[in-house]
Design a protein around this ligand. Structure first.
Ligand SMILES: Cc1cc2nc3c(=O)[nH]c(=O)nc-3n(C[C@H](O)[C@H](O)[C@H](O)COP(=O)(O)OP(=O)(O)OC[C@H]3O[C@@H](n4cnc5c(N)ncnc54)[C@H](O)[C@@H]3O)c2cc1C
Length: 320
């Protein structure tokens, strides 16, 4: 049977941004529902070690996620994992969110924190060998490539950091990158360049994957000479950016050409009462700390919005 319940706020997405919003809102004694279509923790749970979260020297993404979830629950936040949004109406004073559990929830405020996902190369054989030699997560699959020779695709922070972390397992890591320079922090570039197990194929890209049951080789094309070399490899890790999980928001609010949600400095979207935070918004640096930071702003601004709304409603009641 369909249930309908009203919350002060509904948070869509259960990564670090969503859980931070949940912690702040429920601690402000606002009834809050977090809905997440995957496991709680989002991309954070793909990270074997988070060493740059201030105040915590080193922690796994899974552990940090569990702590955030516990904090949110302790303050009274209701959390629904593995539940997706079927439809949502963000217009008007009362927002409506229908979920895959068959229930419909309403709220005065919605905070959108759907994060993003790995971008794929989209070349022949990629879909076939995904999970059979091709991976997008070093933490999940690195161990399978112990003493093997692997390739890492990409030239940003994720690619370089994960290439270094993969040297714990692999005997050789070849980084394939389309440009002649990296788009990463200098310390990440230096660490990768100094590592004896890491080799580079710059101005190159993978154009095809080959194998039988498992991946056996790739074609690497040199983008300046156009030469193609068949390169034997046991595994390929692809870290070439991300796609925001905002498909379900198309046409509902303002986004940029990459489907990132536009927000102001209060994390307010183009719709009153609808805020957004984390990797899905227009921003340059995507980290747990930045997700947590802008979710804090979104939750505080949302609390203030609800307070104003309730004060106005009280005044209207008293005046009538
Ligand atoms: C391999 C890897 C390593 C990383 N290492 C680090 C690191 O060491 N330090 C660091 O600070 N950052 C690191 N990051 C980045 C960090 O994980 C992200 O910046 C951060 O998780 C973003 O948080 P978020 O809450 O915005 O989104 P996400 O973590 O992506 O969480 C979004 C959540 O929303 C859910 N969702 C999406 N759409 C819907 C929907 N329609 N309905 C309901 N739920 C939905 C998703 O399932 C997901 O659970 C790493 C990322 C990766 C991929």
């Amino acid at each position: 049977m369909t249930q309908s319940k009203h919350f002060d706020a509904i948070v869509i997405g259960g990564g670090p941004a969503g859980m931070t919003a949940g912690i702040y809102l429920s601690r402000a004694r606002l009834s809050t529902l977090i809905v997440s279509d995957g496991v709680l923790g989002g991309q954070m749970v793909l990270t074997h070690e988070i060493a740059n979260y201030p105040g915590v020297e080193s922690i796994s993404g899974y552990q940090l996620s569990n702590i955030m979830k516990k904090q949110a629950k302790n303050f009274g936040c209701v959390i629904k994992g593995n539940t997706s949004v079927v439809s949502l109406d963000l217009e008007g004073e009362v927002k409506q969110v229908a979920l895959s559990d068959g229930n419909v929830y309403t709220a005065n405020v919605v905070i959108l924190t759907p994060g993003g996902r790995s971008r794929t190369l989209n070349v022949e054989g990629e879909a076939q060998f995904k999970g059979q030699g091709i991976s997008y997560c070093a933490t999940c699959d690195g161990d399978f490539f112990t003493d093997r020779e692997i390739v890492v695709v990409g030239g940003g922070n994720s690619a370089l950091e994960e290439a270094v972390s993969l040297t714990k397992y692999a005997s050789k890591v070849t980084i394939v990158h389309q440009f002649d320079h990296f788009q990463a922090f200098e310390h990440a570039v230096e660490e990768a360049k100094a590592h004896p197990k890491i080799h580079f194929r710059m101005e190159s890209s993978i154009t095809r994957f080959y194998g039988n049951e498992k991946l056996e080789s790739v074609d690497i094309k040199n983008l300046s000479t156009h030469e193609v070399e068949n390169f034997k490899t046991d595994g390929v890790f692809i870290f070439i950016g991300y796609v925001p999980n905002t498909e379900f928001l198309k046409g509902k609010l303002e986004m940029n050409q990459w489907n990132e949600i536009k927000v102001n400095s209060d994390m307010l979207t183009s719709i009153p009462g609808v805020f957004a935070a984390g990797d899905s918004i227009v921003k340059r640096y995507r980290q747990v700390t930045t997700a947590v930071g802008d979710a804090t702003v979104a939750a505080l601004a949302a609390s203030n919005f609800i307070h104003q709304l309730k004060t106005n409603q009280l005044h209207e009641t008293l005046a009538s």
